[in-house]
Design a protein around this ligand. Sequence first.
Ligand code: TEU
Length: 576
Amino acid sequence: VPEKAWWKEAVVYQIYPASFKDSNGDGLGDVPGIISKIPYIKSLGVNTIWLSPIFASPQNDMGYDISDYRSIHAPYGTVEDVQVLIDQLHSNDMRLLMDLVVNHTSDEHDWFKESRSSKDNPKRDWYFWRDPKYDSEGNRKEPNNWRSIFGGSAWHFDEQTGQYYLALFLPSQPDLNWSNEDMRKASYDDIRFWLDRGVDGFRIDSMNLMSKHPDLPDGKVVDDEPYQSGAEFFASGPKMHDYIREMRAIFDEYDAMTVGELGFTKDEQSVSEYVANDRHELNMVFTGDIVDMDFDPDSKYGRDDFHPRKIRHITNMWQRVMPKVNGWNSVYLDNHDSGRSLSRYGSDAPEHRSTAAKMLATYLLTLSGTPFMLAGQEIGMANLGKDYGTEAYIDVEGRNHYDAVLKTRGGDHFKMGDVMREIQLKSRDHGRLPMQWDDSANAGFSPEGTTPWMTVNKDYIDWNVASQVDDPDSVLGYWRKMLALRKEYTDLFTYGSYKPLSELDTGEMVLGYERESFETGKRAVVLLNFSDKEQKVHVESPSREEYEVLVSNQENGIKAGYVTLEPYGAVTLVSK
Ligand code: TEU
């Protein structure tokens, strides 16, 4: 039986600050805009907000490139505004998680400026500086073959001192060297700065990249490209658990929670080591597998279509592993780094959109773990439609990919159909679309007459908060109902046991599972149709007569012994 904790009962609403609510008409969302929406967020039934980075930053990676952790990017507001946000959330019994980006800084951070200034600067070792290598012809080469996650080499030559520095993301996001104790201490001071102001926890960005193999060896060569992943030497490196434990001591002083972003590491054993309770490391992680279900194993924009068997496998694995190791996990389908789950794992076709959005909500809110939703999910926000051209896509990751492929195809945009298909599904832009509040200009995100920082999806005319907020049958109405049920049945959905239903009973397109409360013995059967076809499911154990429908996104279809799921249908039964 899992021990209770506030962070296990949290339901988290992720806000991408640039895209939530622009209060002053500069085209960018801001902290006062978020504050103005607290009553709305609270009315949904969520109790925690995760804010993607709002700190001072040149914004080369939308704030994931921080130049000063203790001040706020001016267009978003001030430290005082954030204090108001924290205080107002607290007085509403809500909490705030911030984004902790400490695997790297911006190259405009003072630490990096000092570090790059000379080889003997005291902060030189706060980053990774290495001498060049030379090939047989005497040409200068990078210290190793690692590839940046955003493409190209992960090393950048700095003329001033004649060495390369490491940057796993953009060249302007140099990696911090966590093996340097002074660097770690400086970072902990920044963490305390926010904890002292009442922040309730952190989502730790690129968490498991903070410990690299000390020798920085060449990555395994898998093709004839000049740069190779190298992740086997920079993800979950040898000191990773030491650093996390050192940080945990600080978080414990404040009863703060942590959720670590876990890239590359996907196996049960390694994931468990971060979250098993007795190891005292993180409260939970984001395993990347759930957002990668339509990625090619080696490349995000490689094609590998989603199939329900993938979500069955991933869900069954983590739901069973966590209780075994006395650990905890997050439950999520969306974030700011990909396309909307509705468009990828459900359907945004007009005839299915509302049903599919409700089906995915049912998934998120009937599993054990802490649910994280992305703002807009509650109204069924979807990807940009296929009629948007390349100019609508502005994120650096997708653009770099497009440009790199374009080059290999002789610059011919007409040969890019396959690449556009993947961008239309998975580009990070989709997760960052401005929030659709109403059907006025700019979807009510920015005042009329201003130009939002990125495309507002034109489907906002039909899909917005105002049109759903008073309609109990809307996607928003369904989210509210599900959030209330999750709260009412905390013992069942948050803390209960999990048992998968056999694929033989559900058929391959349906995900089915049973939950049971340790406290009351109450049981739930959840059936989710991940296809656009009707599916007939045999529900045997125990007999149907003992169950009633708790919530569903379809009217009919439930007969003794069988449930007929409509396309994207979701039925949750509970024992009487
Ligand atoms: O993402 C880390 C990461 O590994 C990403 O490359 C992710 O896999 C990719 O974006 C999926 O498309 C985090 C943040 O979530 C992301 O927004 C940042 O760009 C990145 O770190 C660098 O800070």
